[in-house]
Design a protein around this ligand. Structure first.
Ligand SMILES: [Zn+2]
Length: 119
């Protein structure tokens, strides 16, 4: 019986953790600069733009579109990141390819050395 209670507690704790990590951390709004890019329509937010923090990252939105954004803040934030920051991911990809190339060269050099020692 005691064991069952413990596992139930663990399940509940896991469930709470899952819910807690899934829920976006949202704070704001704070005033945005007019030239900030809107998270909903990707245009400038204009003079009455506002900004929210989603999981610590700042996203600006036009005041009229804020209700749309608030229906799915994390979804809009994610799409915005993919739309606005493709360069960063390509830099990461480039870095990965470069690392892989260097690793392959090292492995090839080692193999050659090993062959020399064997022969
Ligand atoms: Zn907009």
């Amino acid at each position: 019986m005691k064991h069952r209670a413990v596992s139930l507690f663990l399940l509940a704790a896991l469930f709470c953790l899952a819910v807690w990590s899934a829920a976006p951390e949202l704070s704001g709004p704070t005033p945005a600069r007019p030239d900030e890019v809107c998270v909903v329509c990707y245009g400038a937010v204009g003079s009455n733009g506002i900004a929210y923090l989603v999981n610590g990252v700042r996203y600006a939105v036009s005041k009229e579109e804020a209700p749309i954004f608030l229906t799915d803040p994390e979804g809009y934030a994610k799409r915005f990141d993919e739309h606005q920051r493709p360069k960063r991911s390509s830099v990461v990809m480039g870095g990965g390819v470069a690392t892989l190339t260097v690793l392959l060269i090292i492995v090839a050099a080692r193999r050659r050395r090993m062959r020399r020692q064997a022969g």
